[in-house]
Design a protein around this ligand. Structure first.
Ligand SMILES: CC(C)(COP(=O)(O)OP(=O)(O)OC[C@H]1O[C@@H](n2cnc3c(N)ncnc32)[C@H](O)[C@@H]1OP(=O)(O)O)[C@@H](O)C(=O)NCCC(=O)NCCS
Length: 172
C-alpha cells in the first residue's frame, strides 16, 4: 500500500448557519457542529484510506466563542498519522460573518477513524502518512502520544504500557 501525503486527502467544507442549526439563543448548537466535524473528518479519512471508515473516538472539543446564525463556518480536516487500521484526523473550524469579517478559529478536535474492508465488517490496514512540513511533522510526532492517552481512557491500554507518553514526560 503506497504511503500518502497530507495534501492527498486534505478536506475543506463550508456551511452557512441557518436558524434550524441553532439553539434558542441563536447560536450554533454544539451537536450540529460536531456532526459537521465528524463528516469532514470522515471524508478526509476515507480519502486517505480509500475505504469506508467509522468513527472510533473524538478527543476533547471545547466551545469558547459562539457561532451565530448567518455566520459561515469552514472546516479543515487533515490526516496527522496513520497507524495499522486507524488514522488520526485533525479537524479545525473557522467562523466568519457573511461579509468575511470577524474571522476566528472557533474549535478543533482530533478524531480517530478506522478503515473497514469492502464487506464493512473488519478493520483493514491503511496507507502510511509521509509528513512533509514542520507543522505536519509536529502533528505526526504528537499523534503517537495522543493515541496512547485515548487508548488508556477507553480501557484499551494499561497506563504502564504507554511508553511514548512516559518517555515524553521523562525528557522534559
Ligand atoms: C472502531 C471499531 C471498528 C474497532 O473494532 P475492534 O474490533 O475493536 O478492532 P480492533 O481492536 O482491531 O481495533 C481497530 C483499530 O481501532 C482502534 N480503536 C479502537 N477503539 C478505539 C478508541 N476508542 N479510540 C481510538 N482508537 C480506537 C484500535 O487502536 C485499532 O487501531 P490500529 O489498528 O491502528 O492500532 C469498532 O469498535 C466499531 O465498529 N465501533 C463502532 C463505530 C461506529 O459505529 N462509529 C460511529 C459512532 S455512532
Amino acid at each position: 500500500m503506497e504511503a500518502k501525503k497530507t495534501s492527498d486527502s486534505f478536506t475543506i467544507m463550508s456551511e452557512m448557519i441557518m436558524p434550524n442549526d441553532t439553539n434558542p439563543l441563536g447560536n450554533l448548537m454544539g451537536g450540529n457542529l460536531m456532526r459537521w466535524m465528524d463528516i469532514a473528518g470522515g471524508i478526509c479519512a476515507g480519502k486517505h484510506c480509500e475505504a469506508h471508515v467509522v468513527t472510533a473516538s473524538v478527543d476533547h472539543v471545547s466551545f469558547q466563542k459562539p457561532i451565530l446564525v448567518g455566520d459561515v463556518i469552514t472546516l479543515k480536516a487533515k490526516v496527522t498519522r496513520a497507524f495499522n487500521t486507524s488514522v488520526e484526523i485533525y479537524v479545525e473550524v473557522f467562523a466568519e460573518n457573511i461579509k468575511g469579517h470577524n474571522s476566528r478559529r472557533s474549535n478543533h478536535a482530533y478524531f480517530t477513524f478506522v478503515a473497514l474492508d469492502d464487506e464493512k465488517k473488519k478493520p483493514r490496514s491503511v496507507p502510511k502518512l509521509i509528513p512533509l512540513s514542520k507543522e505536519e511533522q509536529d502533528l505526526f510526532e504528537g499523534a503517537v502520544r495522543r493515541r496512547e492517552i485515548r487508548l488508556i481512557l477507553s480501557g484499551r491500554m494499561k497506563p504502564e504500557d504507554a511508553t511514548e507518553v512516559k518517555n515524553f514526560f521523562a525528557s522534559k
